[in-house]
Design a protein around this ligand. Structure first.
Ligand code: B16
Ligand code: MG
Length: 217
């Protein structure tokens, strides 16, 4: 059977959340707003625009549209300076062996991410060549939990949604996969991701034969 395997990026393939955190923290500091790791948690899977809106709301700040654009550009510049130093050592456990297994099994692989920097990051960590389609923040109009990102990915790899499997670390992403009619696999905390069909702390906790059973189902 040919299935479509759709991967989220941040939190599933690499932990770029720590770099988003550093960049948002600096921006908040410049604005005199406090910003905690718990707040950063709430920005996972959330677009750049929505993230800045949330930070400003937490700090009770209103700013001009021009200033908003400037801050977004500044945040991304700092974020990209961290990304520039990334290499394959930052790939999360067992991610590459899962990609190799799927590729060798002739399965379709796509990316479904909110990030506008997805291609840059995948190429930095040398995983770009595994992906037949990349749907990211540059293609998508409606953010997760809207299913658009995953539906576009399933179209791009020509696999029906019911034959697609999504790997996600955010609640919004799991909801998006469920709404798209796909099998949702949470990567992370099972208490947080309880709406997923399956949850594993990371790919190395996935039992032997699990991927094979998804392909054969
Ligand atoms: P960028 P994902 C998301 O990636 C991140 O989780 C989220 O924190 C970030 O704000 C968003 O991408 C946009 O990223 O600023 O690079 O366009 O988890 O959907 O892969
Ligand atoms: Mg994510």
């Amino acid at each position: 059977h040919k299935k479509g395997f759709i991967f989220d990026l941040d939190g599933v393939i690499v932990d770029t959340a720590k770099y988003h955190f550093m960049a948002w923290k600096q921006l908040s500091k410049d604005l005199g707003i406090s910003f905690s790791e718990a707040q950063n948690e709430q920005l996972k899977g959330v677009s750049r625009v929505k993230s800045l809106e949330k930070i400003l709301a937490w700090g009770n700040k209103t700013i001009s549209d021009e200033m908003f654009e400037n801050l977004m550009a500044k945040k991304n510049e700092e974020y990209l300076s961290y990304i520039a130093k990334m290499d394959a050592s930052e790939i999360l456990p067992e991610v590459e062996s899962v990609l190799v297994f799927l590729k060798e099994g002739n399965q379709k692989i796509a990316l479904g991410s909110a990030s506008k920097n997805a291609r840059t990051i995948l190429s930095k960590v040398k995983l770009l060549h595994y992906f037949e389609a990349i749907v990211d923040g540059t293609n998508v109009k409606n953010a997760k939990p809207d299913p658009e990102v995953f539906l576009l990915a399933s179209e791009a790899i020509k696999i029906n949604p019911e034959d697609c499997i999504v790997f996600e670390d955010s609640i919004a992403g799991i909801q998006a996969a469920n709404t798209a009619g796909m099998l949702s696999i949470g990567i992370g905390n099972e208490k947080v991701l309880h709406e997923a069909d399956f949850v594993f702390q990371n790919f190395s906790k996935m039992p032997n034969g699990f991927l094979m059973s998804l392909i054969n189902n």
